[in-house]
Design a protein around this ligand. Structure first.
Ligand SMILES: [Zn+2]
Length: 386
């Protein structure tokens, strides 16, 4: 047998938003990758030596506690595993891992820093934890969740808002209605549920945005959609939902499940991200993570289920009484009479479609109207927002 484990200690910072795929045609924003291997670097070689540069990299990015090398642990076999990603033998079904992707809506990157979260902390110790994640633009629930399951930026997967809208008919449908509108989701991008099913796997979606319609005629194997007046914060229901998902894995033989919780987003919107109520719901999230990991153990799934906990965006306090509030109707030379269609007062961004011939007038009126108002024509959107 060869030398003990090869360690791949640290991932690059640019991998922190793993599901944000570069736009296909926008070459400039495609990320590059440098994979460096130090042969025979055992998992704990940085623990009896001062390694300030490796430590700094772990702080800026993420770091695995250890890596289990492929068998057999020799240099060429293990390095070829790294560049071929040939994992489990194709015909050996029994050793295939399952994946549970859990999303807690609106869990800002630092919500675990002013609340005791022993279960999330234990999970970070047993696995890896990113310090933060940069969401896709725009930072709304459905667009960002669809980025997570398609690997595409919002402008490429086409789910550009929580609300279905039509600029000609002026129709706007709320989030819950939009969840069931087939053409809003099935617009050419295949989410991971369908890709997995085409490879012979079985998948499930529990309340996850986009999991309730068919894609190119194909539905997710098992899916649940929340009711229209769903109470997002019922902890008893959360546990029942986890029990159902465990049965999906053990009794129904599913390989991939996405599980969505509408908190702490809901409470954050209602009481504010700095409120005591938000801290309490984060404690509930943490208890739920503990219950979930216990359930995984009791269901006998611990050795072949990967658990991934993500969120879609953060949140910030908006003071509607602030002296520097941006109020479009108070801007001189701006009039809603010049606007054909608008989506304002929903999330961190607004959309305006000027009437025919009014684009320049509207743009000139708004572009320097307020130091905190940033206005872009569609074709001149900053590259940093993809
Ligand atoms: Zn959200």
């Amino acid at each position: 047998m060869g030398a003990p484990a090869v360690l791949l200690a640290v991932a690059l910072t640019t991998l922190l938003a793993p599901a944000s795929g570069a736009p296909i045609r926008q070459q400039a924003s495609r990320n590059k990758l440098l994979l460096v291997s130090f042969d025979g670097f055992r998992w704990n070689y940085d623990q009896d030596v001062d390694t300030p540069n490796l430590d700094a990299m772990a702080l800026d990015g993420v770091k695995a506690r250890y890596m289990t090398p492929a068998f057999i642990t020799l240099t060429s076999p293990c390095h070829f595993t790294l560049v071929t990603a040939s994992g489990a033998p194709i015909r050996q079904q029994a050793s295939r891992n399952k994946l549970l992707l859990v999303s807690f809506d609106g869990f800002r990157w630092n919500y675990d820093q002013d609340v005791d979260t022993p279960n999330l902390d234990a999970m970070a110790l047993d696995g890896v934890k990113a310090r933060y994640m940069t969401p896709a633009f725009i930072t709304l629930t459905s667009p960002c969740h669809f980025t997570l399951v398609t690997g595409k930026y919002v402008e490429n997967h086409g789910v550009v808002h929580n609300m279905f809208y039509n600029t000609s008919s002026k129709l706007k449908w709320p989030y819950h209605t939009t969840l069931g509108i087939q053409k809003w989701w099935d617009n050419g991008s295949l989410p991971i549920w369908i890709t997995a099913q085409r490879q012979g796997l079985k998948t499930g979606s529990f309340f996850y945005p986009g999991g309730n319609v068919t894609y190119q005629g194909e539905a997710v194997t098992l899916s649940r959609k929340e009711g229209i007046l769903h109470n997002y914060k019922d902890e008893v229901e959360w546990r029942a939902n986890i029990d159902t998902v465990m049965k999906w894995f053990t009794d129904e033989g599913l390989d991939l499940v996405t599980l969505y919780f509408g908190e702490p987003d809901s409470t954050g919107h209602r009481y504010g991200p700095e409120s005591q109520e938000r801290k309490e719901i984060v404690m509930q999230v943490d208890r739920t993570v503990g219950y979930l990991r216990d359930s995984i153990r009791k269901s006998g799934l611990e050795s072949n289920l990967n658990l991934l906990i993500v969120s879609d965006h953060g949140m910030t306090t908006v003071n509607k009484m602030a002296s520097d509030l941006v109020e479009l109707h108070k801007v001189s030379n701006f009039s809603f009479k010049d606007i054909e269609f608008e989506l304002l007062d929903y999330g961190p961004n607004g959309m305006l479609l000027p009437k025919e011939g009014m684009l320049e007038k509207v743009y000139e009126a708004l572009k320097d109207a307020h130091p905190r108002l940033h206005v872009y024509k569609k074709e001149f959107f900053p590259k940093s927002l993809h």
